[in-house]
Design a protein around this ligand. Structure first.
Ligand SMILES: [Zn+2]
Ligand SMILES: [Zn+2]
Length: 107
């Protein structure tokens, strides 16, 4: 059974079971960008809270959450994965895939 829910955009309309009505995730993205004063201001805001979001050349990025590893290669992936994504896939299973670049992207 499909559970109808309110669109996460905040338009107070029911969806057929998805998080957003069609196109409303895009509307939300635009609204957030506008509220921040543009895409670059938004980037600054996000980076102030979460650290760099655009990887430098050669930096590794977590395929699950987009976290950029600032150290050498995958330094820190062990602790990061166990803390955040152990429920998606156990680290022992994910690591060989990550290392080889075979981890399935989830977007
Ligand atoms: Zn909506
Ligand atoms: Zn992650």
């Amino acid at each position: 059974m499909v559970v109808r829910q309110y669109c996460a955009y905040g338009c107070k309309q029911l969806t057929a079971g998805s998080t957003f009505l069609p196109g409303h995730d895009q509307k939300l993205r635009t609204a957030i960008e506008n509220a921040a004063g543009g895409i670059l201001k938004l980037k600054d805001l996000v980076e102030a809270n979460y650290g760099p979001i655009v990887p430098e050349r050669g930096k590794k990025v977590c395929p699950e959450c987009g976290h950029v590893f600032q150290g050498n290669g995958w330094d820190g992936i062990d602790a990061h994965w166990r803390a955040k994504h152990e429920d998606v896939m156990p680290y022992e299973q994910a690591w060989p895939l990550l290392k080889e670049g075979h981890y399935p992207k989830t977007d």
